[in-house]
Write a protein that binds this ligand. Sequence first.
Ligand code: 5MM
Length: 347
Amino acid sequence: MFKKMEKNNLNKIAIRLSKPPKGILAADESTNTITKRFDDINVPSNYENRRKYRELLFKTENLNSFISGVILYDETIRQSTSEGIPFGEYLNQQGIYPGIKVDTGAIQMTKESKEKITEGLDGLGKRLIEYKKMGAVFTKWRAIIDIEEDGAVPSDIAIDLNCSNLARYAKIVQENGMVPIVEPEVLMDGSHSIQKCFDVTSEVQKILFEKLIKNNVSLDGILLKPNMVISGKKAVSQASVSEVAEMTLKCLKKSVPNEVPGIVFLSGGQSNELATSHLNEMNKLDTSLPWNLSFSYGRALQQPCLASWKGEDKNILDSQNALFKRSKLNSSATVGKYSEDHENLKL
Ligand code: 5MM
């Protein structure tokens, strides 16, 4: 009985997190990553500046109209607003689900290999108990799959090990009553074609779902966070918006079982506008998909916001307006109602 209730609860949360017109804000940059972002705007990456920046994001007025959940980093979930309200509690008060990144990062697979494997399974159960007490209801784990021209990368072993870890992670998270976001990211670095991205993404998702099923993960209590099927960043010929939308949907229909409640894309280094256009096109193309199709963007929501902030209090409102705008436009894209003209509208 308890198990059934728990399963229903996970399904409800996964649906609420991915249901249009809302999506997820990925604000789970590790200290290394946020330091790189702060370096770009000449802001020192210290504990207080990271806290201030996250506070700015979460206090954006009416963010909850477009954002269903926020993914936090370990340091961030332990921080509070300037009034002393812990971020997990603050987000819950706003009707936004707090989530937590629980992988501990990716390391080189072997000394000889250029490929990476994501770690973080040791002690995961114990960490989840603590995160749950801090208000987190969902989690995220990101595996990174690279593509190289020579065809040797990705190797079968890199796909296999990363998918096994994702499946083991998802099982532990569900056993602790939280929704796992499963993120197998096929990187868009390199000069490969969209067809190559399609082939690798399809293979990775096929193996991932085999492993999830073997590990008895309830597919109706997870969210998939995939890359879109897209040309490599350095490819001479770049696929059009409609090609990206068609090939991404073709890949997902082939690999993702209907029980999965939602698919929330990562932006992976696409421009803000393209990340929005691609999502919009997919939601326009097919209105009878078996899963919710939304976003869980990091850079494509935060880039303009960081650029306007520059670490100065006088810029907080402008910076929040920039986050509000990208959240609203991506929200429109979840229902196929975005148009490029909206980029110029005053919101
Ligand atoms: C926000 O960045 C996340 C954490 O990255 P690191 O562990 O490398 O610091 C990242 O996992 C993110 O949640 C996803 O890649 C989606 O972000 P983008 O920028 O690709 O939309």
